[in-house]
Design a binder for this molecule. Structure first.
Ligand SMILES: [Zn+2]
Length: 161
């Protein structure tokens, strides 16, 4: 299984490729610069803070949350390492739903404490699509890297027997 640093290197290389791919799309005006910024911001957030390895309470991803890392303890307790948290679709979805619950809880606490509902966000498909892609792609790259590494290790083991 690749280390946390190896995952980050793979995801950083892919980020450069995705950013390069966005240039011709921008030039043809198929996408806007604000969509690229949303994608890149979501990608970086996901790369550093939404890793599938949040299912381990001793992973790099877990410690990157700093003083807030305890927020991910219930997630690590519920999801066994490399099980559903590493599923191509359900894994990223579980973390997006989990962080959504945390945000809603934070908004509720803010509302109760201040009586102010906070800023309202108008979400459209033009905003949600680059955010979802940015959140999903680093997870996809992580899971594929884990699977490739595992299948290589199994092949090596079979050759030794
Ligand atoms: Zn992993």
């Amino acid at each position: 299984m690749p280390s946390g640093k190896t995952h980050l290197k793979i995801e950083a290389v892919m980020l450069v490729l995705w950013a390069g791919l966005s240039v011709p799309l921008l030039l043809r005006e198929w996408i806007t610069s604000s969509q690229v910024v949303l994608f890149l911001g979501s990608y970086l957030f996901s790369m550093f803070l939404m890793s599938p390895d949040l299912d381990l309470s001793k992973s790099d991803a877990f410690y990157r949350w700093g003083v807030l890392r305890w927020l991910w303890l219930p997630y690590a307790w519920v999801f066994r390492h490399r099980q559903m948290s590493h599923h191509l679709l359900l894994g990223p979805l579980s973390r997006i739903v989990y962080i959504g619950i945390l945000v809603l809880a934070g908004m509720f606490i803010y509302l109760v404490a201040t009586g102010n509902p906070g800023p309202r966000l108008m979400l459209s498909i033009e905003i949600l699509l680059p955010i979802c892609l940015g959140l999903y792609l680093p997870n996809l790259e992580h899971i594929l890297a884990d699977q490739i590494s595992t299948s290589r290790r199994r092949k090596r083991r079979r050759h030794r027997l």
